[in-house]
Ligand binder design. Structure first.
Ligand SMILES: NC(=O)C1=CN([C@@H]2O[C@H](COP(=O)(O)OP(=O)(O)OC[C@H]3O[C@@H](n4cnc5c(N)ncnc54)[C@H](O)[C@@H]3O)[C@@H](O)[C@H]2O)C=CC1
Ligand SMILES: CC(=O)[C@H](N)C(=O)O
Length: 374
């Protein structure tokens, strides 16, 4: 067959939506660069979920000791069993984390080690949390490039090679000043100005490319800023919305590094982790996109402070603007349009601003604060 016609046929097959009958090519990850466009007729989509098999998934979480990983492991262990969820990171786990389920050292830059863990533990789902976030990324661009881009490449290839279902979180930071910011839809201009945002757009596009070209079961949610009480944020622009609660309880005051009116989309951690499980379990045919915005609320520091004041009338907030994080925040969405997630796989948040504040304060100071509010 002439080369041009063959290419047209293969590209046509790739662009066809999976719902329309697209069948996947399965190629060993590390030979992708030399592969031809061969798509075996009998190849099919990979499934690592409970659907279609009576076994629970075997889950590996990279970068699992950050703000989100331990909570996700707890949730997944409740669903799939403790031993079916393996946390990995390059940091040393606390005694409590170490004794609560399997933990293994893994650097996402070490391809062979990661592959060995996947093989030895018969992993079927990979949740890729290892990353440098927005503010910390700007202080070490070369490390952020390595972890966020090379690490992602390793994970993609291993997921493809071993037929894994792969989840990679993206972020509101994947948008930039030229994106529509109020609200920001799933599909629009994405020209972020941080290395974090650039690496996340790259992850979205690479994951979708592997999905369309090879049938990798790639799923991605763009998280807003996540707020949690029992885990610390790892160096982002939205961290203020966690720190404010700790400082309010400890000192009765907080000095905020963003301007009072800086509005950003936010979410309580329980909603974020549940969304992650739900999109991983969603039937493939319900997903019209492979990358979805999810959202719960949007607020600015002065609105968050007002809500805290309802529980702690003596609370004081002052502002000392950090120009780097302020510039980042001003380039990000103010409101996030997550209507596709709601329509396609039934996404629904539980926590709005009042519930968030009550929950955070009662977790951090169970004795007095909620009592004052009630
Ligand atoms: N927390 C948030 O507000 C949001 C988080 N996300 C994404 O969710 C994921 C998890 O976020 P967090 O837990 O908040 O991040 P975090 O910064 O708290 O934790 C990241 C973890 O990655 C680990 N790590 C760094 N280099 C590594 C390497 N070479 N190999 C393996 N692990 C390495 C770190 O030790 C750390 O424990 C990230 O991909 C992040 O971009 C997206 C949007 C919002
Ligand atoms: C929104 C995020 O991705 C993260 N919390 C950050 O601020 O960098």
């Amino acid at each position: 067959m002439p080369v041009l016609r063959m290419l047209q046929r293969v590209v046509g097959q790739m662009l066809q939506s999976p719902a329309g009958g697209y069948r996947a090519a399965v190629l060993p990850g590390r030979v992708l660069g030399t592969s031809s466009w061969h798509i075996p007729a009998d190849a099919n989509f990979h499934s690592g979920s409970l659907s279609g098999t009576d076994r629970p998934p075997r889950v590996l979480i990279t970068g699992g000791l950050g703000q989100l990983g331990v909570g996700l492991a707890n949730l997944l262990r409740e669903h799939f069993g403790t031993d079916n969820v393996i946390l990995t990171d390059i940091r040393k786990p606390s005694d409590q984390v170490f004794h609560s389920g399997p933990f293994i050292y893994s650097d996402v830059l070490d391809y062979k080690n990661l592959r060995e863990i996947v093989v030895n533990h018969r992993i079927t789902w990979l949740i890729h949390y290892g990353a440098l976030l927005s503010a910390i990324g700007e202080t070490n661009v070369s490390l952020a490039k390595a972890v966020n881009i090379t690490g992602l490449h390793n994970v993609l290839d291993i997921a493809l090679e071993h037929n894994l279902r792969l989840f990679v979180p993206s972020t509101i930071g994947a948008f930039g000043p030229t994106s529509p910011r109020d609200p920001t839809p799933d599909l629009c201009v994405q020209r972020p100005r941080t290395i974090y945002g650039v690496s996340k757009v790259h992850a979205e596009l690479m994951g979708e490319y592997y999905y369309y070209r090879y049938g990798l079961d790639f799923r991605c949610l763009r998280y807003p800023g996540i707020i949690s009480a029992d885990s610390e944020p790892g160096g982002g622009t939205t961290d203020y919305a966690v720190q404010i609660f700790h400082d309010a309880i400890k000192n009765g005051k907080y000095e905020c590094y963003l301007k009072p009116s800086t509005r950003l989309p936010m979410m309580y951690i329980d909603d974020c982790l549940r969304a992650t499980l739900e999109v991983m379990e969603a039937p493939a045919e319900s997903l019209s996109l492979r990358t979805y915005n999810i959202n719960a609320m949007s607020f600015c520091p002065e609105e968050l402070a007002q809500e805290v004041l309802k529980h702690m009338p003596e609370f004081q907030i002052t502002y000392k603007v950090d120009s780097v994080r302020q510039a980042i925040a001003e380039s990000w969405p103010m409101n996030f349009d997550d209507s596709n997630a709601r329509k396609d796989w039934g996404w629904k948040h539980d926590f709005d601003l009042p519930e968030l504040v009550t929950t955070m304060l009662s977790f951090l100071d169970p004795e007095s604060r909620v009592a004052q509010a009630n």
